[in-house]
Design a protein around this ligand. Sequence first.
Ligand code: RNT
Ligand code: ZN
Length: 416
Amino acid sequence: MTTKQRYESAKEIYRNIGVDTEDVLEKLVGVSISMHCWQGDDVAGFEGKKELSGGIQATGNFLGKARNPEELMADMDEVFKLIPGKHRINLHANYAIFEQGEEVDRDKLEPKHFSKWVKYAKERGLGIDFNPTFFSHPNADGLTLSHPVEELRTFWINHGKACLIISEYFAKELGTPCLMNIWIPDGFKDIPADRLSPRARLKDSLDQILSTDYDKRLVKVAVESKVFGIGVEACTVGSHEFYMNYAAKNNILCLLDNGHYHPTEVVSDKIPSMLLFSEELALHVTRPMRWDSDHVVLFDDELKEIAKEIVRCDALDRVLIGLDFFDASINRIAAWVVGMRNMQKALLYAMLLPSKKLASLQNSREYSELMMLQEELKLYPFGDVWNYFCEINQVPQKEDWFIAVKEYEQRVLVRR
Ligand code: RNT
Ligand code: ZN
């Protein structure tokens, strides 16, 4: 049977439960996912030999890591050939591209240092999202925006302000709003004596950054909380409560990274609550394994649950989905493709559920039937719809994409 024939049969099966697969495929292709550039080089960036700091860690030594902008862009192109739809790229400030002799420190960054990225994105019709980089820098000695030393705190405030201007430049150039996400590594390894002052300083730093004159329609600022990290096990300054309140009061976005909560706490459950109180919400979809390990996103239960919440809340246009993982132990392009395709698969899976019917079973408290149906739906021919989606969007189906990755590994990566 051809992919199309399998799809036709699946379409019929889904029609019987009231799901229109044609509708779903049209919707799905319109969902853009923000692909993080930092999977391509283990969060190294282009500033030279700076150690990765801030309590995040890329482990592994797979061959072929991108060493410069050209290589990183070429690798990203390979990924985009293998995933259906049009997406966005997510950059960090330490991926600035300097001309010879033009290097500046992070507090002095300007739009021109990102013009090559704009050119790249324009040529491919991609949007850009952005992140100030508050780690891997001599001034980030465990504390940044909450630093008690004014001079250091000011350096980081100025970095944040510079990044707002750069974000606005991306939005203007590319004609699509830029999400600028703030994550800082600030915290304490052991029990602090004062949790209030660092948070008061962080609050003031954010106020100062946001006082920059920028167009709120073009730049969406988000704040990303974290419960713990390597070296900051006892307390993080930017906790969930801190940022949720800060975001609500200042009308900016919260960004939820599903590796940043207590190990049994799930982001999927937070999505509807957040959406009741804020217009938009941003996500870093990742896979924590026992800790915030940033493993490649798999098609697992929590990913499906996250996608279901977005779809059921009818919030595809209110939830900004970005990925955040960095695995250096496998082919980095394969890592990207697996993660991106899985995010799309999860959305498709969610869109193919008869959500209204399931909700009505819940509301009429027919819990036995609800459980039965939710379980039966797991074996519906979802894969046949996915393969057809790949076919009509001209990317390889099933595992076939890996042939291209292997070929690129042999032709390009092994020579690096
Ligand atoms: C770290 C945060 C943050 C980073 C990226 C590189 O724990 O998740 O989002 O992973 O900014
Ligand atoms: Zn994150």
